[in-house]
Structure formats: structure tokens, C-alpha cells
Design a protein around this ligand. Structure first.
Ligand SMILES: [Zn+2]
Length: 403
């Protein structure tokens, strides 16, 4: 679960302050402090790079949402334009029909006018004789009047018919004008819709380019981030190596100190023996040196020479405990270990500076390094619950590498 990456630097420093004796490790400690400082600067840059990526991702996300909206708008516009085209086609058919009706009305009107003209002309041309004939042939004045009325009625009928035809023609002409106007209106809507469609298409193109540009920036920032991360990891490795060196120096110094004390004790014992047996042969001083070798082996049993039984002594390491909760593991909470295993209490530990799978013997228990998050010299032991991890607290123990 790649534990507590952020805490490792702080913990590593705390560990060194607590455990390294300054007299022999001061230069190594100085190197570690310097390396830690550099690493913190790198991590700060890394964090800035992440912020930059987050901001770009957010902008990209907004653009993507906008692009979706625009695509929706374009789809609607296409549908409405299709509808307008259908309306336009219908209106065109209607117009053609109205225009045909108008032609027919015009013809009817012309025909009526022509017929009427002929009839009226005939009547008036023949009126003088007709009126005389009518007057003479009529049996009575009332009959004449009745005939005269019929003639008048006939022309009135023609007049009415002509008016009717004219009216019909005018109505149809009006209808034609209306249909043409409606058609023009549809055409205007089509033009508007096409303009809008062109506008939306341009916005889509621009937004798409914007997204691509964000993506390019993100890729570049991610590449920079990867470089920074590689630098941080390299720095972490260097720090782990320096800590290991400090630990080895510490062990060597302890051994040297023990050796010096042992020799001092031997010398004092020899002096004492010599003073006790003043007259004895001086050759015995060589025999004294022999047990000194065996004494050295006894002394070293809890350090270097015990490698056959307990593995290689790495030093006195700080121990803490973590669990799968979000307090301990942050965003990696509840996941697998950094090496891909299922974290298991009593087996899984986290520590930098050694390969995954390294077996550590601590307080008689064998653990396997499966996770990361702490520097070399600080073993973080996996526990199932946060309360167990808290109860474990912070301890120090001798750590051996086995297997
Ligand atoms: Zn926890």
C-alpha cells in the first residue's frame, strides 16, 4: 500500500537524531542532513508539479463538459434544421398548389369576363330592335316590363359572377402571398440555424483544440513529474545508503570500543598476574594472549560474529507500527503493499533501502520487507488495527538480516 511516503523523510531524521552517536558519525550525519534537505526541496517541486497537473486536469475537465454541451447543441441544431427543411419542402408544395389554383381562378375569371362581355355586347347591339319588338310583341305592358327585368337580371347575374370570380382570384393571390412569406420565413430560420450551427462548430473546434493543448501541457507536466519522482527516489536511495553507512559506522565504533575495553582489561589482568608472580617466567605473557581470542568471540556473540545463527546484524533500528487505515496509509488505504502482496500481520513490514522480500529478524520474529514508506533503519510493522498500531508506539530493537 506504499505507506506514508510523506512521513518517511521526517521519521528518518528523527531516527538518526535518536540513535547515532555524534562523535563518529558526524560527517555521515551531515551528509544525511544535506541529502534530506535536497530531498525535501525535490518533494516540494514534486508537489508543485502535482498541483499544476491537478489544475490542468480541472480545466481540461471543464472544457470536456463544455464540449459535451456543445455537441448536444449541435445535435439539436441539426435536428431542427432537418425539421425546417421538411417544413420548407411542405411549404413549397403548398405554394405550387396555390399557384395552380390561382392560374385556374384567373382563367375562370377571364372566361367569365369574356362571356359576359359578349352577352352584354349582344344585348346592347340588339337592344333597339329588341325593345321595339318586345314592346310590339308584348301582349301587355306588364309582359314587356317582365322581359326588360329579365334582361337587367341577366346582366346583374353576369356582374355578380364576375365579382365572385374576381374575389376568388384575389383570395387565392392573397393566399399565394402568404405562402411565399411563410416560405421566406422558413428560409430565414434555415439561414439562422445554419449560422448558429457554424458558430457552434467553431466553438467545438476551439474547445477541442483547447482540450488537446491542456492534454499536451498535462503530458509535459507528467513527464517533469516523473523526472522529479525519479530524482526523489534516487535521493531516497542515497539517503538510505548514507543511513546504512552510519549504522555500520556505529556498529564498528561499538566493536572498537568493546575491543579497546577488553584489551585494557586484559592488560590490567596481565599486569596483576605479573605482579603476583614476580619471579615466574616471562614466557607466560604469550599464553595470556590465547584466551583473549576466545574472549573476543564471546564478546562478539551479540554482534558481527553471530551471523551464522541470527544473520547479519544491521544495527539498532527504530520500530513503529501501521495498519491499513487512511490515517496510516492515506490514499493507499486498504490496498496491497508496494510489492503487490496482501499485507499480513506478523509478516509484513515496511522499510526502504533493502529489496522487497528481505527477511528481518526482530525480537525473535521473522518479518519480510514488503512495503515502503520509511527510510533504512526504521522498520514499520504491519498490524490489523489502528489501535494495535498505536499501542505498539515507538521502540528500538536489534535487527538482523537473514536468508
Ligand atoms: Zn492506522
Amino acid at each position: 500500500m506504499k505507506v506514508k511516503k510523506m512521513l518517511s523523510a521526517v521519521l528518518a531524521s528523527a531516527l538518526l537524531v535518536g540513535s547515532v552517536t555524534p562523535c563518529f558519525a558526524s560527517t555521515t550525519q551531515q551528509k544525511i542532513d544535506e541529502a534530506e534537505k535536497q530531498k525535501q526541496e525535490m518533494e516540494s517541486s514534486l508537489s508543485e508539479a502535482q498541483d499544476k497537473i491537478d489544475a490542468l486536469e480541472s480545466k481540461k475537465g471543464q472544457s470536456e463538459t463544455y464540449l459535451e454541451e456543445l455537441n448536444g447543441q449541435l445535435e439539436e441544431l441539426k435536428n431542427s434544421l432537418q425539421q425546417l427543411q421538411n417544413d420548407y419542402d411542405d411549404k413549397q408544395k403548398e405554394l405550387e398548389q396555390v399557384q395552380q389554383e390561382l392560374e385556374e381562378a384567373k382563367e375562370s375569371e377571364a372566361q367569365q369576363y369574356s362571356d359576359m362581355k359578349i352577352r352584354i355586347q349582344y344585348m346592347y347591339e340588339n337592344s333597339s330592335t329588341s325593345y321595339v319588338e318586345m314592346f310590339l310583341s308584348a301582349d301587355s305592358i306588364s309582359e314587356f316590363l317582365s322581359r326588360a327585368v329579365n334582361i337587367a337580371q341577366l346582366s346583374e347575374y353576369d356582374r355578380e359572377l364576375l365579382d365572385q370570380y374576381q374575389e376568388t382570384r384575389e383570395q387565392i393571390a392573397e393566399k399565394e402571398e402568404q405562402v411565399i412569406q411563410e416560405k421566406d420565413e422558413i428560409q430565414q430560420l434555415q439561414i439562422q440555424s445554419q449560422d448558429k450551427q457554424a458558430e457552434v462548430s467553431e466553438l467545438i473546434e476551439a474547445t477541442y483544440n483547447e482540450i488537446r493543448s491542456y492534454q499536451d501541457s498535462i503530458s509535459q507536466a507528467e513527464s517533469e513529474q516523473a523526472d522529479l519522482l525519479a530524482q526523489v527516489n534516487a535521493q531516497e536511495e542515497e539517503i538510505n545508503n548514507l543511513i546504512r553507512q552510519a549504522k555500520e559506522e556505529e556498529i564498528a565504533a561499538q566493536k572498537a570500543e568493546e575491543e579497546a575495553q577488553r584489551r585494557k582489561a586484559e592488560e590490567e589482568a596481565a599486569k596483576k598476574q605479573q605482579s603476583e608472580s614476580d619471579n615466574s617466567s616471562s614466557g607466560e605473557s604469550g599464553a595470556v594472549q590465547t584466551p583473549s581470542g576466545s574472549a573476543s568471540q564471546d564478546e562478539g556473540s551479540d554482534s558481527g560474529s553471530s551471523s551464522s545463527g541470527e544473520g547479519k546484524y544491521l544495527g539498532r533500528f527504530r520500530l513503529t507500527s501501521y495498519c491499513p487505515c487512511s490515517i496510516c496509509c492515506g490514499k493507499w488505504s486498504g490496498g496491497l503493499t508496494a510489492s503487490g502482496t496482501v499485507p499480513t500481520a506478523g509478516r509484513t513490514v515496511a522499510m526502504g533501502g533493502v529489496p522487497f522480500g528481505t527477511k528481518l529478524l526482530i525480537n525473535g520474529q521473522v518479518y519480510i520487507v514488503e512495503d515502503r514508506g520509511t527510510a533504512y533503519g526504521h522498520v514499520d510493522i504491519f498490524n490489523n488495527t489502528h489501535s494495535e498500531a498505536l499501542a505498539f508506539g515507538s521502540q528500538y530493537a536489534d535487527v538482523y538480516m537473514i536468508g
